[in-house]
Design a binder for this molecule. Structure first.
Ligand code: SF4
Length: 345
């Protein structure tokens, strides 16, 4: 089973409650089942015969996780509870026990894996994923930033590059989409791929190597590309509440967002009661808003309850996924980091 690769997490997390306060879903449902300890105990039960994927409540809990990786990041031993959560989903799928809603979503993503490329020259392309493309303000901000960097990228649009499929546990389908996207980039001669969505950045930088898929180009987050291009900003951003992104901070330990905030002279105020937990409403789970919108609403309301002045505070986030949840359900004044940067040009 895929979970066998996460022996440390299974054997240690099942007796540990140290990171329970960083489980976003546990914090809004007030349920032990939504903590790494009980999830590991339930997975251990697969070995002892006290649990099975025939238990729908167990499988639902596995697909309810926010996958922020906060618990792994702050675990003193860095036991990979997040990797375990992803692995057990792959085992659920291989056992043919995925919930119907998950099956339907995965089939849709697998069908969508095709792309087109328009414009551009010089080997630089911008991957405008479907989530980012749904937010006009973020798209406009990205265009302004490219113009300020004096780069006219080719624009790649289209469907799944495999991230959602991997997160849902469909590894062969994720690999097929990844191989297809890598071949597409090679055929189009892309040398530098600039990516807005942190989930897509993470897919390309971490998932693809893990799936054995080699890319023909370098990958930069848009924030990292703007900083590297030494874009000049005319105005300072002022006071903001910048929420650390799940993929950029917890998965990749990348400083690109911090560097862009520094470049626009943002004065970042502390948000909430600590800087360890996630405020991204399930961004790490990529499609939690489609599988469980009620839960994402609860997560956004939890964040909103921690804002000093919900209507006025400038909340800066790393992804359109999080912005959408915080604006729609939390009624917060949220914008992406690219929007903030573009407003400072
Ligand atoms: S990830 Fe670390 S802190 Fe969290 S339950 Fe596992 S062992 Fe404990």
């Amino acid at each position: 089973m895929h979970v066998d690769k996460f022996e440390d997490a299974i054997m240690n997390c099942r007796f540990c409650f140290m990171c329970r306060h960083l489980s976003a879903v546990g914090n809004v449902r007030f349920t032990e089942v939504d903590t790494p300890r009980v999830r590991a105990a339930m997975i251990y039960g697969l070995r002892t015969g006290t649990n099975s994927f025939d238990d729908g409540d167990f499988v639902d809990a596995l697909y309810r996780q926010d996958l922020s990786a906060c618990c792994r990041r702050h675990c003193v031993n860095h036991f990979d509870e997040n990797g375990l959560a992803l692995a057990v989903r792959a085992d659920v799928v291989e056992a043919g026990k995925a919930p119907e809603a998950v099956k339907r979503l995965a089939a849709k993503f697998a069908r969508s894996a095709s792309w087109k490329i328009e414009g551009g020259a010089g080997g630089v392309a911008w991957f405008l994923d479907e989530t980012t493309a749904s937010d006009k303000a973020s798209v406009a901000a990205a265009k302004k930033l490219f113009a300020a960097a004096k780069v006219s990228p080719a624009v790649i649009t289209g469907g799944s590059i495999g991230k959602a499929l991997k997160v849902l546990g469909y590894l062969p389908e994720a690999k097929a989409a990844a191989e297809k996207f890598a071949a597409f980039l090679a055929e189009k001669g892309v040398k530098t791929l600039v990516v807005s969505n942190p989930a897509a950045v993470n897919a390309l930088k971490q998932d693809y190597p893990g799936l054995g898929v080699k890319l023909p180009c370098e990958v930069k987050s848009l924030a990292g590309f703007v900083v590297r291009s030494k874009v000049k900003f005319a105005r300072a951003a002022g006071e903001v509440y910048a929420l650390a992104d799940d993929f950029i901070r917890n998965y990749q330990e990348c400083k690109c967002h911090e560097n862009l905030l520094a470049a626009v002279k943002a004065v970042n105020r502390p948000f909430g009661t600590n800087d360890e937990e996630t405020y991204n409403c399930g961004e790490g789970a990529v499609v939690l808003d489609r599988l469980n919108p009620g839960l994402v609403k609860s997560l956004a309301e939890y964040v909103a309850a921690r804002a000093d002045d919900p209507k006025k505070d400038r909340i800066i986030v790393g992804s359109v996924y999080t912005k959408r949840a915080l604006v729609k359900y939390g009624k917060l004044n949220a914008a992406t980091i690219e929007e903030l940067a573009a407003s400072c040009l």
